[in-house]
Structure formats: C-alpha cells, structure tokens
Design a protein around this ligand. Structure first.
Ligand SMILES: [Zn+2]
Length: 102
C-alpha cells in the first residue's frame, strides 16, 4: 500500500470539510451543466486538481484540489460523464481549454 504524504493527508481532511460547506450553499445546490437541474452532490474541479492556479494560491499553499474558486457543483452522473466524455469536458472544463502547462 502506498503511503499518503502528510500534506496530502491534511489536504484530504480539509477537503472533506470545505466540500460539505460548498455543497450546502444555496447557490451550489444545482448541477452546473446546462439544463441538468439535478441536485449537485459532487464537486467538479474545473481546473483539475494538481498544481496551483496562480501566485496567490501558491503562496498560501492552496492546491487546485482545494481551490474553491474553481470548483463547480455537479451531479454524480455528470461528474462521471465529464471524465468519460471528451466533448462534454471540452465544453466545461477550463483545464482542457487552458491545458498544456504541466
Ligand atoms: Zn448534472
């Protein structure tokens, strides 16, 4: 079994808490995909999860995984579909549009 790094472990703990808070906000109740209107119960990381969005995030140690500025409320079906449907993910995921920077 792979050992999870301390930072990663801490991030996971923080994630659990802010995810709950994010999804409890009134304006985050509905899936962000057009015409879906289903209840959002997952998070879509629109910029991906790895690395930092900008200098501010880097200085504050907020990886994209925890950067709520780029989170979108998403239903489970669309969350899975975004992973498996390149067309849909191209339309909605910023990471694919601005991608390339590793
Ligand atoms: Zn949806």
């Amino acid at each position: 079994m792979k050992q999870v790094s301390k930072k990663r472990q801490e991030d996971n703990e923080i994630y659990k808490v802010i995810r709950q808070e994010f999804l409890s906000k009134e304006y985050n109740q509905i899936c962000f995909i057009e015409d879906c209107n289903k209840r959002a119960n997952t998070i879509e990381h629109s910029m991906g999860r790895i690395g930092y969005a900008d200098d501010w995030a880097r200085e504050n140690g907020i990886t994209l995984f925890l950067d709520v500025r780029f989170w979108k409320p998403c239903c489970l079906e669309h969350n899975l579909e975004l992973e498996n449907n390149p067309e849909l993910s191209k339309k909605y995921q910023l990471s694919k549009i601005h991608g390339g920077k590793k």
